[in-house]
Design a protein around this ligand. Sequence first.
Ligand SMILES: Cc1cc2nc3c(=O)[nH]c(=O)nc-3n(C[C@H](O)[C@H](O)[C@H](O)COP(=O)(O)OP(=O)(O)OC[C@H]3O[C@@H](n4cnc5c(N)ncnc54)[C@H](O)[C@@H]3O)c2cc1C
Length: 631
Amino acid sequence: MIYNAGNYDVIVIGAGHAGCEAAVASAKLGASTLLLTMNLDSIALMPCNPSVGGPAKGNLVREIDALGGIMGLNTDRSRIQIRRLNMSKGPAVRALRAQADKKLYQRLMTILLERQENLDVKQAEVTRIIVENDKVKGVLTRTGAIFSCSTVVLTTGTYLRGKIIIGDVSHEGGPNGQFPATELALSLKELGLNMGRFKTGTPPRISGRSINWDKLIEQPGDKGPLNFSFWHDCSNRPNVSCWLTHTNETTHKIIRDNLDRAPLFSGRIEGKGPRYCPSIEDKVVRFSDKPSHQIFLEPEGLETEEWYIQGLSTSLPEDVQLHILHSIPGLEKAEMMRPGYAIEYDYIDPTQLKLSLECKTIKGLFTAGQINGTSGYEEAAAQGLIAGINAARLLQDKEPLILKRNQAYIGVMIDDLVTKGVSEPYRLLTSRAEHRLLLREDNADLRLGFIGHEIGLLSDKCFKKLEQKEKGINKGIEILKNSHVGSQNESIQRILKDCKETPLKNTASLADLLKRPKVRYQHLADYDLVPKFPVDVASEIEMIIKYEGYINKENMQVERLMKLEAKKIPDNINYRSIRGLSNESIDHLERVRPSSVGQALRIPGITSADINILLVYLEQKRREGVVACAG
Ligand SMILES: Cc1cc2nc3c(=O)[nH]c(=O)nc-3n(C[C@H](O)[C@H](O)[C@H](O)COP(=O)(O)OP(=O)(O)OC[C@H]3O[C@@H](n4cnc5c(N)ncnc54)[C@H](O)[C@@H]3O)c2cc1C
């Protein structure tokens, strides 16, 4: 029995990491929002590792927080360990990584959603998106409810035609024993969307009571006020340890002896897996020269005995998984609580999306998260935030929020997806960002906080804090650059001596002295040579001064590239009418329909010769007054 169940501005399908961000963002921006998800008890489920952050992913979480999103704070409030990674390397690759208490993460997220103004949260499986004249009109659920709306944000993760595979056993299913979303997958195909098939995998979980801790290497968390959120301090959270062990030749022999039963190698798995999260059987085959692989034991929470075995993702048969576990030092008597498995699922080809994450062929349909071919909680949450913001802004006739590659990792990721597409699950890496020194995790608030406030997502209270920080940074830099000291300044000479730096011979600005490798801002503040500022302000001043040369060089490169970004390409351009373009290039341009020459330049297969032809054509049209091109 089909019935009308209500009308909303925005309907978000799926309460995973993308859906939670999308729903809260659209509700906060004033759109009446409905979040429909198959199981209210699996809101913000972490089906894989209980960790958030790391290189590039940590930057994403801080960017989400800077814009007014929720993942950063929810992680801080539920974390049970936090570490700063790559501190011995340059600032562009330093990142926070936290272990979250999975159940607490879900509980905090669920209550946040349930109490969000303008947002209703309901349990239902959506089986169809109702589209009329290429425009979204509503959704239909398995139980016959029709909810009408103007925009839909689809964030169904790894559930579309989900298939679980463990050895020679496979069955339709979502993660952690949940239903798959098979009917919806078929209806998306009927809507004409190009779909692909990916896979990902997870390791077994074992009981902490069955682990011999004496054989493992402890990996404690880091001390100090470390938070993903710029706006809240949660540094009084527990900081438990992870533990390290290794596979060995015995483990590898067990795997090699059972490769004929491995779905990955027997062809039972058709979906393409993530290169950067390979299964153990894949690692043993691909890196056969390596005698052992690192295995990290990560706690799933404080109120559970379940431990996650990082590095042992597998879809080998259960009995083989047990042999593998028992061959690893410390796990000889491991009790397996959940077997590892692989999951195959459908995703949509993201080149069918605009940079706003709206579908090019169906107005009002936005997609975000794993459904767009990415892998990772952080990647999903970032897309969800942007899709939720833009779904609300579409209704309010406002320009979509599109972050550029020099503004945010979010911009890099979305541009990569819609311009280059995916051939395997896309995971964000620092190496994907050409301007990564500008996109550090420590300055995400300075890069994006103003935008978050301007669009109405970041609160006035947080914005005030940001203004304070920026004022402090500017003041500190001004004092450093305009204060000069000579060789007779005792404080400076003492600082340089303590830092084992060469003594000062001539007059120098404090900024020049801070550029010396071992001199820290705190040293100058301790001698009252500069004002004392909070840690986050002082470290930002130090970063800007010490890397000034590199940052300026990066900014000049950005300026050059922005010229091509500013060259807009009209939506209705007919590439077949442009003489000199090869059929292959026309196909690429027609498929992606880039919005700027800069984006066209990044389409795989487009040459600089193509770009020159396009630039000449656009200039001709501009002169004929057919197109208005800036710059
Ligand atoms: C087995 C496994 C292993 C993984 N391993 C890794 C890894 O090693 N590294 C990594 O980075 N990431 C890994 N991931 C991926 C990570 O879990 C996802 O990237 C992340 O959860 C994606 O978030 P999402 O919001 O896109 O979707 P999900 O978190 O999958 O959430 C989707 C939500 O949509 C709901 N839903 C689906 N269909 C419907 C429907 N028709 N109607 C209503 N609700 C619906 C579901 O109930 C769920 O709540 C793994 C995932 C799984 C399942």
